[in-house]
Design a protein around this ligand. Structure first.
Ligand code: GLN
Length: 533
């Protein structure tokens, strides 16, 4: 395509309507027509990134290959489109303001008063258009976080308005709203949608397409009414009904003609239908699995499943791959002790020890590891989960009493998990987190080698603490194999226990790179072990 097209996705009426999934689904449909597509998320909060946010505030913190701590919607984009995102795919108000203020200090504005309009909006537009430089992409789909009418999102909507006005042929706006069903009246109500479109119009933006989230089918009359009152074409009123799985959404959107309307609005010929064959093949497996696999996910955030989004989705991909339905039990690590572990974990086919930070629930994770190790239950430890495997082995096999991670017990007599010397000096600078993709060499004749089938892999990290190499020989003499090693730093990235049915700990986060079309081999193999008799 000659020029990059920009599609904006805004939301109204309520939050959590699934803008991320709609954006990813549209991305998928356009990609399946042969276009190069990228998805971007603009977050109106002031934090520079979600790295420091409590997971209960904002769900999982996703990590891109280039080491950016990002909104979890980027995970949806990668899982749906099977392409990597980067720092430029997620922008927050914090970053926008930081850039503008830095430039102001540098004197870039030549004595001018620095204002939201034009300086903040210019910076927002620059960040959107940056993805369109050098014709890297045919379509840039930019999702605006929050709901229309929020004070915080005003500069973003204004930026959308300016882009729609200055590049009308290359931009369009999709607005996602909610159509509630009033049981007492037995009716779907469109007034909130009308109000939310009015709000958007007041801010100068006329949406081209409306996507209506609903729990009940939207009939022709309602579509006509919404189209007429909101100035959109009849076929640009798209129903987004509740579905069993998010992976159904691209097909629903295709059926509703979302991609067709988008192409028409942007003047792109609708000449090649979206090829969703491989997607459908995945969905078939997902929907037709008869038997289930029961996985216990041991973590400290069980009230909000979004905290473990990527892990859950990776398990769903891997289960479908193995023709199994995932039965996932979120288990609060604080509830587990050595004495009750068999009661809580006894029915699980596999146990996954979740990543995490801080002390809460760590002893429960260690007890869960002990149970899995002693009872030969397939067990995957991710990041803190791997560290708990290391600690458990030290205490219960190596006889190192009080062994711990210095993150939790700085005074432990056996620092089996510790920060490295180089990091200690960086600590003062605050830049001591290992973030993003690192290479890892895999040892021959190990389970890891069988799983990955190659010498060198690259996986994403997000942690401060590491396996302490001073203890490596002792672990290896007692049955642990350090099967993955960072070639530059010699740090241990994968451990396994060959005597066990399936016991692997990884310092990195494989869950960030499992996609619908490329389920992650570690998860595939973990589920496979879990269902083996
Ligand atoms: N808290 C641990 C560390 O910082 C593990 C982090 C994680 O699980 N991602 O090393």
């Amino acid at each position: 395509m000659s020029k990059t097209k920009y599609i904006f996705v805004t939301g109204g009426v309520a939050s959590s309507l699934g803008k991320g999934i709609i954006s990813a689904s549209l991305g998928k449909l356009l990609q399946a027509r042969g276009y190069k597509v990228t998805n971007q998320k603009l977050d109106p909060y002031i934090n520079i990134d979600p790295g420091t946010l409590n997971p209960y505030e904002h769900g999982e913190c996703y990590v891109t290959v280039d080491g950016h701590e990002a909104d979890l919607d980027l995970g949806h984009y990668e899982r749906f489109l099977n392409v990597q995102t980067h720092k430029s795919n997620n922008i927050t108000s914090g970053r926008i303001y930081q850039n503008v203020i830095l430039r102001e200090r540098r004197g870039d504005f030549l004595g001018k008063t620095v204002q939201v309009i034009p300086h903040i909006t210019d910076e927002i537009i620059r960040n959107i258009k940056q993805l369109g430089t050098n014709n890297q992409f045919d379509f840039v789909i930019t999702e605006i976080g929050g709901t229309v009418g929020d004070i915080e999102s005003l500069p973003y909507i204004e930026s959308v308005r300016q882009m729609l006005w200055t590049m009308p042929k290359n931009c369009c706006c999709i607005h996602l709203t909610y159509v509630p069903y009033l049981a007492a009246a037995g009716e779907l109500k469109t007034k909130p949608t009308q109000h939310s479109v009015k709000e958007l119009q007041q801010e100068g933006v006329q949406p081209d397409i409306l996507v209506l989230r609903t729990e009940h089918p939207i009939n022709k009359e309602i579509r006509k009414k919404v189209a007429l009152f909101c100035n959109v074409d009849f076929d640009a009123v798209i129903e987004s009904a509740d579905v069993e799985t998010i992976y159904e959404v691209p097909l629903r959107m295709q059926k509703e003609g979302l991609d067709k309307v988008v192409l028409r609005k942007l003047g792109v010929p609708d000449d090649k239908p979206a090829d969703m064959e491989s997607w459908n093949a995945f969905l078939d497996k997902l929907n037709n699995a008869k038997k289930e696999v029961k996985i216990g996910l041991v973590g400290k955030y069980v009230k909000l499943p979004d905290v473990y989004k990527s892990i859950t989705e990776s398990l769903i991909h891997a289960s479908a791959y193995n023709d199994r339905k995932l039965n996932l039990k979120l288990i609060l690590s604080e509830d587990i002790t050595d004495d009750n572990a068999d009661k809580i974990l006894g029915e699980m086919d596999g146990i996954l020890i979740a990543p995490g930070f801080g002390e809460r629930g760590v002893e429960g994770k260690i007890s869960a590891v002990k149970y899995a190790r002693e009872n030969n239950v397939p067990c995957l430890g991710i990041s803190l989960g791997m560290q708990c495997m290391v600690i458990e082995f030290a205490r219960n096999v190596l006889g190192l009493k009080g062994a711990h991670s210095t993150e939790i017990d700085p005074g432990t007599p056996h620092k089996v998990i510790d920060t490295m010397e180089a990091q200690k000096t960086m600590l003062q600078k605050g830049g001591n987190m290992r973030l993003g993709a690192y290479n890892c060499n895999i040892k021959d004749n190990t389970l890891a080698k069988t799983i990955y089938g190659k010498e060198t892999i690259s996986e994403r990290h997000r942690h401060r603490f590491e396996f302490n190499n001073e203890y490596k020989t002792l672990y290896e003499e007692n049955g642990i194999v350090c099967s993955g090693i960072n070639p530059e730093t010699n740090l241990v990235e994968i451990i396994e226990l060959p005597k066990h049915k399936w016991f692997i700990g990884v310092q990195f986060h494989p869950e960030y790179s499992s996609t619908v079309l490329n389920p992650h081999p570690l998860f595939i193999n973990f589920v496979k072990a879990a269902i083996e008799e």
